[in-house]
Design a protein around this ligand. Structure first.
Ligand code: ATR
Length: 282
């Protein structure tokens, strides 16, 4: 007896430009799985009902993107620690009893990317500087504390937003405005940009790296362009760098494993496929 093919999808609003179907489609084909991964645009006024009655969608599970990650988390019967801490779910599924479960895998995406792109990067976890205080920053702070970084400085234009993250994560974190950056960089082992600055079509991230130790790893959540100005500047002065594309690819791994039962790999062919698609779109 053959099982009904499993179906998953990216859900959010909008979803037309999401690369998730490309990523999961690649893995489905590579592993010869008779499944499907599509797109479901969920209008904001329908989001609450959609996630609450997720079983009615006919999907085994889904990814959740902007602006529904918080709504999805509220609709879940069970959340993993990351989704609970962040109040946002990006990966959902129904368990054998039909209960909706949610996880947040963005932090795993961040770690998977650095583990692959800079092996040993966390051998001596020290001090990190995170630029920005949105959802990506929250996931990255969670990831760095999980890897035992001793301190994470969160630098944001709106200091209150950085302070909100500090209030959640406690004494291993602190909040700052941009004017403090030079001093903080002087003691940093890792610098991460999570703001939209430097993305194609957005203002440049104007930053003076002269205080940053040359051994500090620099990474950027922006992946269009792949080599952002920040990464260019950092490599030019000899700092190790990792681009942000892997974060997108690695955050997809736990969902695929959950829905389709195989833990997929982020390999060079997948990176090339997504890069080609990004190139075609820009
Ligand atoms: P995400 O959830 O993807 O992290 P977000 O919540 O929109 O995205 O957060 C975007 C981040 O980029 C914020 O930290 C934002 O700073 P504010 O909190 O002060 O808005 C930062 N950002 C966006 N445009 C910026 C700009 N022109 N200058 C400085 N920071 C900027």
């Amino acid at each position: 007896m053959s099982e009904t093919p499993k179906k998953a999808a990216i859900t959010g609003h909008p979803v037309a430009h999401s690369r998730s179907p490309l990523v999961h489609g690649y893995w489905l084909k590579k592993h010869g799985i008779d499944g499907d991964y599509g797109r479901v645009d969920v209008a904001p006024e329908e989001a609450q009902a959609f996630y609450r009655n997720f079983a009615a969608s006919g999907l085994t599970g889904a990814n959740v993107t902007v602006p529904h990650k918080e709504t999805a988390a509220v609709a879940c019967d069970r959340l993993d620690e990351a989704a609970r801490t962040m109040g946002a779910a990006n990966t959902i599924w129904l368990d054998e009893d039909g209960r909706l479960c949610g996880a947040n895998t963005d932090w795993e995406g961040f770690l998977g990317n650095l583990d692959q792109g800079a092996p040993g990067w966390d051998a001596r976890p020290g001090t990190a500087v995170v630029l920005g205080a949105g959802g990506a920053a929250r996931a990255i702070v969670f990831a760095l504390l999980a890897r035992k970084f001793t301190h994470v400085h969160i630098v944001n234009r709106t200091v209150e937003k950085a302070q909100k993250i500090v209030d959640e994560f406690g004494s291993g974190t602190s909040a700052h405005g941009w004017d403090n950056l030079g001093k903080l960089l002087g003691k940093a082992d890792l610098l991460v940009n999570t703001t939209a600055l430097g993305m194609t079509g957005k203002p440049l991230l104007e930053i003076d790296l002269s205080e940053l130790p040359k051994t500090a790893l620099v990474t950027d959540a922006v992946y269009v362009p792949l080599e952002t100005d920040l990464l260019k500047q950092a490599s030019a002065r000899g700092n190790p760098t990792v681009d942000g594309l892997g974060m997108l690819l690695h955050q997809a791994v736990p969902g695929f494993e959950r829905w389709f039962g195989v833990r997929p790999e982020v390999d060079d062919d997948l990176r090339a496929l997504v890069l080609k698609d990004l190139g075609a779109a820009s």
